[in-house]
Write a protein that binds this ligand. Structure first.
Ligand SMILES: Nc1ncnc2c1ncn2[C@@H]1O[C@H](COP(=O)(O)OP(=O)(O)OP(=O)(O)O)[C@@H](O)[C@H]1O
Length: 726
């Protein structure tokens, strides 16, 4: 370790903000390993960017700097923050800013040759999962009672999630020499069938140990971690980075930790990592706050922990509310009144209307819809919201999740209606038709060989009216035609669906859609099937709630079956055509990590939704904390009119108390800033978001700390008269 004193002055002077003393300490730190465990919005990403800027300013070649993140979103946020702070884009491009997965793939290239197929979309792995299940069947059928081989696509998706989880936690490396199979599965906390299938899947993937044939999501990190661990073949070949940084350390799992360890254990490497122990929400993938709390310290005893105390995203009102919520100190350095607004509703529809009202108010206050995000606890909540937005003519986007009309359970019902009404052509795009076929297969618990289904889909793409044939093709009596069908896991479900289709086909289309859909769901045993095919009760419940929301929508519409069918398809066309960049974002809270928005709306804050009763309380708290702390100027909380039904998280924020202490802090800060800005000779402007281009063109500058436009007081203020503060 270099014991020299930190340089006294920074060489990197960022654009648009003045680093605090704490930020400077990190920017200039010369400790070998530095860990920042700081609150949401406390400038972790920004400070990592400052550290990179400083290294570049001190002539460290960009290629010797590696910045790792867990998601492409976090990678992009860091890269754009560097540019925002004034690092030349050409230099940013030369830096190695990578997700763990991309870094691992790149390293593994050295031993792979060009033979390995990489699949980013887990669905493409289903063929291998099926083969692995076949092998488990051959090896253990009749020998193990607990074996439960399900081969429909939803069960496969579940299996793929479990194997990912086992690998992220390096659980397959555990010492299990003297344990029985079911003991091991219990130890690893996964169903026995999934454990055995994972073993077969890995044998297949790694070609019995000869080398990887294919990789799905997270497999590269896992393979690299295994390689570095056992035999360490690649360890000496890892590039010699002088500076390694890692953002969002709260997503760290065992595989990634081992990769980091190999990189930063080198004597010439300096490391700065940042995370927030209260933002651990991927426990399912092995993330744990123990890395931030203890593991780093145990592994690197000389580790320096450096603080970032103040939030720069939101003002004291939100900071203090979060301090109460998380029972920890949270302070803000911003002279900004981040408003926390509340509104209450009687039912889900009214909640959607309150969202529209909050959004319209935001726009009326001069802000753009694209600066607003509606963050959901779970995707089923979007149905009423999407409908309300479509009705209000407000464009929205749902980049990280399918819009409600494109979700599996809704596609299944749409597929049944398409067959029953003999109108598959109403589902416009070929991609959606394929998705409908997949959903029908999954929810009818049918079982095809992968090639067969693909063949059928191609035919359907050409001739939509063939959709009804799906059930004929699969029927066992057609064995003679297509003899190699896999055994059907739940033929009762398929039979029920076929019967329901016959019933639907002879129905009067003028009947109310609501009663038809209710009966259809009963007849196809949708709830029971969801419970069976989604091994995790939580996932089954999301499906149920999503279907319930659709049924509610049909009831409210009071439309006939025929008209409801038409309306659904029209809504889809309307929502798909309005997804512009200027639209409001609807996203699940988990996907919003690392991002920030002017206005965050949190709807459906009710006891049975958030915290979700089936999920661990600590994870729910972290998720709420992530969601609420994305807000800069305004946070809108929507909860039931009846206090007894409200989410307990709202009272935990102690909004009245926190508002009092926040107001006092804000006053102090305003006083301080008035004196410092007077000294700095700045005149602040009242320009709204929409006016930013105008004032910028006139020469105004943006103060990131105050989030306000200003001009130097020596200037002619005439052109700025409309925006001068009274
Ligand atoms: N010294 C500063 N002065 C003013 N604003 C700052 C300063 N440092 C950072 N910021 C701003 O603070 C906001 C939050 O910063 P950043 O995204 O780096 O926080 P974070 O700790 O990574 O957040 P999270 O963990 O919630 O993702 C950003 O808008 C950033 O531009």
């Amino acid at each position: 370790m270099n014991a020299a004193q930190p340089p006294r002055t920074a060489r990197f002077i960022p654009r648009g903000l003045t680093p605090t003393a704490e930020q400077l300490a990190i920017q200039l730190a010369q400790h070998k390993t530095v860990l920042i465990d700081a609150n949401a919005g406390a400038a972790k990403t920004t400070t990592l960017a400052l550290r990179i800027g400083e290294a570049l300013a001190r002539n460290l070649p960009p290629e010797q700097i590696l910045a790792l993140t867990f998601t492409p979103e976090a990678r992009d946020v860091l890269a754009s923050r560097l540019v925002q702070l004034g690092v030349a884009p050409a230099l940013v491009q030369r830096l190695h800013i990578l997700t763990f997965e991309d870094f691992a793939r790149w390293q593994l290239d050295a031993i792979d040759g060009n033979e390995v197929r990489n699949y980013d979309d887990a669905r493409l792995l289903k063929q291998y999962a099926l083969q692995a299940m076949d092998r488990v069947g051959q090896r253990y059928a009749g020998k193990l009672e607990q074996l439960d081989l399900q081969t429909h696509s939803v069960a496969l998706a579940h299996f793929l999630e479990v194997q990912c989880q086992l690998k992220a936690g390096m659980a397959l490396q555990r010492d299990v020499e003297f344990m029985d199979l079911d003991e091991i599965a219990t130890l690893l906390d996964v169903p026995l069938t999934d454990y055995l299938t994972t073993l077969e899947y890995e044998a297949l993937r790694l070609d019995g140990g000869a080398g990887a044939l294919f990789r799905g999501p997270l497999d590269a990190s896992y393979d690299l971690a295994c390689n570095l661990d056992g035999g360490a073949r690649l360890a000496p070949q890892l590039p010699d980075y002088r500076l390694v940084l890692c953002d969002e350390l709260h997503d760290l799992n065992e595989a990634a930790f081992r990769i980091l360890d190999a990189l930063i254990s080198r004597s010439t490497c300096f490391f700065v990592g940042a995370g927030d122990r209260d933002q651990v929400i991927y426990a399912r993938l092995g993330a744990h706050d123990s890395y931030l709390r203890e593991r780093f310290t145990e592994r690197f005893p000389k580790l320096q922990r450096l603080p970032l105390t103040y939030s720069f995203r939101h003002g004291p009102h939100l900071a203090h509310a979060m301090a109460h919520f998380k029972q920890k100190p949270v302070e803000s350095a911003l002279d900004l009144h981040t408003e926390i607004r509340q509104a209450h509703y009687q039912d889900g529809d009214e909640c959607a209307q309150k969202v529209i009202a909050a959004l319209k108010q935001w726009q009326a206050d001069g802000h753009g819809a694209e600066q607003c995000a509606i963050l959901l606890r779970e995707r089923h909540q979007s149905i009423a919201l999407e409908n309300a937005l479509i009705d209000a003519g407000i464009p929205y986007r749902t980049p990280a999740m399918a819009g409600y009309l494109q979700r599996d359970e809704i596609l299944f019902l749409r597929g049944l209606l398409a067959i029953g009404l003999n109108d598959f052509a109403a589902i416009r795009t070929p991609a959606l038709r394929m998705a409908v076929v997949d959903a029908l297969v999954a929810f009818s618990e049918m079982d095809f060989g992968p090639g067969q289904l693909d063949h059928f889909k191609i035919q359907i793409g050409k001739e939509p009216s063939l959709l009804g044939e799906l059930y004929l093709i699969e029927a066992p009596q057609r064995d003679g035609v297509l003899p190699d069908y896999r055994s059907v896991a739940a033929s009762a479900t398929r039979r029920a669906v076929i019967d329901a289709l016959a019933w639907l086909g002879q129905l009067d289309r003028q009947q109310p859609a609501s009663s038809v859909l209710h009966e259809l769901c009963e007849r196809v045993q949708l709830v029971r099937t969801a419970k069976r095919i989604f091994v995790r009760p939580y996932a089954a419940e999301v499906v149920q709630r999503s279907v319930a929301a659709l049924l509610h929508m049909a009831e409210r519409s009071a439309l006939s079956l025929q008209d409801f069918w038409l309306a659904l398809n029209q809504r889809e066309t309307a929502s798909l055509s309005r997804r512009g960049a200027k639209s409001v974002l609807i996203e699940c809270a988990a996907q919003a990590k690392g991002k920030e928005f002017g206005h965050v709306i949190l709807p459906y804050l009710q006891a049975d939704e958030f915290p979700h009763p089936r999920q661990p309380r600590a994870d729910e708290e972290n998720l709420f904390y992530v969601a609420a702390t994305r807000a800069r100027q305004r946070l809108t909380l929507l909860s039931p009119a009846d206090p007894a039904q409200r989410s307990s998280f709202i009272s935990k924020m102690q909004l009245s108390e926190s508002a009092v202490s926040a107001a006092a802090t804000l006053q102090r800060q305003q006083h301080h800033l008035t004196s410092t800005s007077a000294a700095a000779g700045r005149v602040y402007l009242n320009a709204s978001f929409h006016e930013k281009d105008q004032v910028k063109a006139l020469g105004a500058q943006f103060d990131m700390a105050r989030r306000a436009w200003y001009v130097d007081s020596g200037r002619d203020l005439g052109p700025f008269a409309p925006w001068l503060k009274k």
